[in-house]
Design a protein around this ligand. Structure first.
Ligand SMILES: [Zn+2]
Length: 494
């Protein structure tokens, strides 16, 4: 129901011609046509991300406070700014930015001081600005200098007169607007550093067209409408909005309407479930096969964390998406966890035997102290000491899992590896562990951080399990199962 409401709002907004926008265009007497930040200030005001101090004055030379910065970044990400209690002694519910401060703290974008204060009225330095923007847009920002260099490389900021970044200098409202607008919309940048290299299908579910907007919220005008089913290319995301290009027009769409799969023209695109085909002689029916899906980490064990992402949440999300694919086929799926709970490594392997599982796929996300490590790898275990005797089965399954992951995302191929891990070793069925990508790498998270990207991966993992049964177990009765997702077998790889 929630999605329907969004659709309605988008279509109604498209009917209002640009000139008749109910909001009067801003006109600041202190930001004239020759002002250095004119285009960027009006761009942010148009999207409601910032506003003047009055209807006629923006005061671009005034310094930015931490509270103001939080409000602007929160609005950029479309966070709920409703004023509320925070944990800071100096940010009461009545502070205009309390809602945004609370949300940005939860997302680990902004933090307070060791004495329990936030200092919302303290002016922001250029260094703090670089780190805040870096965390908001998921740039590399582990320190002030790393964050500053990210902004400079992307053509978002340049140094000050002495050649340094000027990290201790305070930042003015006009300059903050420039940096923020450039971060949101690459068209404002001084360097062309973004590649539109991830393809997705537009899927509006109801056949309506999708508005391509000039900014990442519905206050921005629509400049094109994209038919459902069309392929568009993504460069990066701003919160839940995606910066894409379609027919050489660049702009923003809500990422809920981007899918990894080609949508059908028909209202119900789901093919009918496959009835259990006749098994080959001597083999049990497919309906007796159980795939155990293991979402890595959970509960007090978050796994890897970086840039506001938490491994345990992403792995559970992919696992749940993967589980859904088994609903249309005779094979069954069982999940080691379906919520944010802690399960020991041994218990995961025990679960596989308890539910009479046939194969085990563990889902994880890699991390590294540096941000450049990237790509996809899959593990199995082979040592003779292993409790798990299914070495050749595990290796074949790992090969098909790795292959479908690369097909789904096209990230760097780090290969199939032998790894002594408890969930593989202490298991009684063919078992693999997929490291989908690196939580610490921006390119990997550019895909993994989106619903559409995770859907693609879930489908790939599902297909890998079909490939395993089709080729390794030589079960031709698996063939009709591919039709449920309009796919075909991968090719023999083991
Ligand atoms: Zn992990």
């Amino acid at each position: 129901m929630k999605k329907l409401a969004v659709c309605l709002t988008l279509s109604l907004a498209a009917l209002v011609p640009f000139g008749q926008d109910s909001k009067a265009a801003a006109n600041f007497t202190d930001v004239g046509t020759t002002h250095r930040a004119q285009a960027e200030i009006y761009y942010l005001v148009e999207g409601g991300i910032t506003s003047g101090v009055s209807e006629t004055r923006f005061v671009p030379e005034q310094q930015v406070t931490r509270g103001q910065a939080a409000a602007m970044l929160g609005r950029t990400l479309n966070l709920n700014g409703e004023q509320r209690l925070t944990n800071f002694k100096d940010v009461g519910k009545n502070n205009f930015a309390s809602g945004y401060i609370k949300q940005l703290v939860d997302k680990k974008i902004i933090s307070g001081y060791p004495d329990g204060s936030f200092k919302p009225d303290k002016t922001l330095s250029r260094g703090e600005m670089a780190v805040l923007i870096g965390r908001t847009f998921e740039y590399q920002s582990s320190s002030v200098s790393v964050a500053a260099s990210s902004l400079m490389k992307k053509g978002i900021a340049s140094g000050v007169a002495d050649g340094s970044f000027g990290e201790t200098q305070t930042i003015k409202r006009g300059d903050f607007a420039v940096f923020l607008a450039r971060s949101i919309n690459a068209d404002f940048r001084t360097a062309d550093t973004e590649k539109f290299d991830h393809d997705f299908y537009v899927d509006t579910k109801d056949g309506s067209k999708l508005n391509l907007r000039t900014g990442p919220n519905t206050s921005y005008p629509s400049i094109a409408s994209i038919p459902s089913g069309k392929i568009v290319s993504l460069a990066y995301s701003v919160g839940d909005w995606a910066y894409i290009t379609s027919d050489n027009v660049k702009g923003f769409v809500h990422s809920a309407y981007l899918q990894g799969d080609k949508p059908s023209d028909k209202p119900d695109p789901t093919p009918p479930p496959v009835v259990d085909p006749t098994p080959p002689p001597g083999k049990k029916p497919l309906s007796d096969i159980t795939v155990v899906i293991d979402a890595g980490h959970g509960g007090w064990d978050p796994g890897a964390t970086a840039n506001g992402y938490i491994e345990k949440n992403l792995t559970l999300n992919v696992a749940k998406k993967m589980e859904k694919y088994y609903a249309k086929v005779p094979m069954k799926a069982k999940m080691t966890r379906t919520s944010d709970t802690y399960i020991s490594l041994d218990a995961r392997g025990d679960y596989a035997s308890k539910v009479k599982g046939d194969i085990f796929v563990s889902i994880h996300i890699n991390s590294h102290t540096g941000s450049s490590a990237n790509g996809t790898e899959t593990y199995y275990y082979t040592r003779s000491a292993a409790v798990n005797p299914n070495v050749s089965q595990s290796k074949a399954l790992a090969t098909y899992v790795q292959n479908r992951q690369l097909e789904a995302w096209g990230l760097t191929d780090r290969g199939v590896k032998i790894m002594n891990l408890a969930v593989l070793r202490q298991n009684t069925v063919p078992a693999v562990l997929a490291e989908l990508g690196f939580i610490t790498n921006k390119k990997d998270m550019g895909i993994m951080g989106t619903e559409a990207g995770r859907e693609k991966m879930a489908k790939g993992l599902f297909l890998a399990t079909l490939d395993y049964y089709y080729y390794y177990e030589n079960r031709k009765d698996v063939l009709p199962l591919y039709s449920t997702v309009n796919a075909t077998p991968s090719g023999k790889l083991h």
